[in-house]
Write a protein that binds this ligand. Structure first.
Ligand code: DX5
Ligand code: ZN
Length: 227
């Protein structure tokens, strides 16, 4: 089952509650937290996540592109996030952090920048609910999809299957009608889309269309017969 997570990075930040409503029916809302240190951009923090969690029934998928996620991630669970993603490049103790996120009641996810391989983290996979393979360099919406990431998506799906894990595989960056099928075929089942959703005339319809494309592509995929 393909999940589409619209990224509010491409929404109007002065109207976040309305923008959440505009994609009603999405599985999650993807919330990009940037600190101008881990990435060269600054977005939003805990108070806005708290307000947004109160303003919408759609669960929040918080993607932390920040230094010191060990210190900050638990606060995003307390703020109301249903899933919290930390970057493994920034985490001091990823296993301890994933356990803390789960113990506080949220799904724990680990993100990899494009140059970070999945293989060194194979043994960590049972500690996680989701892996995020970045398909652009994190920091900005509207960038071109990096198709050189498709083999890493495929290898990650193979590792998930090898260990028999119920682990979601998310892609983020440049996901659009032209690229979502390749991601689904490679093994992704959770798709973040910012500009492809909020740049569309009808964002809710864009979510439905992307989901239909992803479902059709994954139904035919090498990895899907096992699911
Ligand atoms: C980029 C963010 C993405 C961004 C994706 O660093 O993590 O979530 O919103 O935007 P699009 O879908 O426009 O590439
Ligand atoms: Zn993101």
């Amino acid at each position: 089952m393909a999940q589409i997570n619209p990224s509010i990075l491409s929404a109007d930040f002065a109207r976040l509650a309305d923008e959440a409503e505009a994609v009603r029916g999405s599985d999650w809302l993807h919330v990009d937290v940037m600190d101008n240190h881990f990435v060269p951009n600054l977005t939003l923090g805990v108070p806005i996540v708290e307000s947004l969690a109160r303003a919408t029934d759609t669960p929040l998928d918080c993607h932390l592109m920040i230094e010191q996620p060990d210190r900050w991630a638990p606060q995003y669970v307390e703020a109301g996030a249903g899933s919290v993603t930390f970057h493994v490049e920034a985490a001091a103790a990823p296993v301890r952090l994933a356990r803390e996120i789960r113990a506080k009641g949220a799904r724990a996810a680990m993100a990899l920048r494009p140059a970070t391989p999945i293989e060194p983290y194979e043994d960590l996979l049972p500690e996680l609910d989701m892996v995020l393979i970045m398909t652009v360099e994190p920091g900005f919406g509207g960038q071109a999809f990096l198709d050189i990431m498709l083999p890493k998506i495929r290898r990650t799906r193979q590792l998930i299957d090898k260990h028999g894990l119920d682990l979601w595989l998310q892609v983020d960056g440049g996901v659009a009608p032209a690229t979502i099928e390749a991601c689904a075929e490679a093994g992704a089942d959770v798709f973040v889309a910012g500009s492809a959703v909020y740049g569309a005339a009808d964002p809710a319809e864009a979510v439905r269309a992307l989901r239909a494309q992803a479902e059709a592509a994954s139904a035919e995929a090498w990895w899907a017969c096992k699911h």
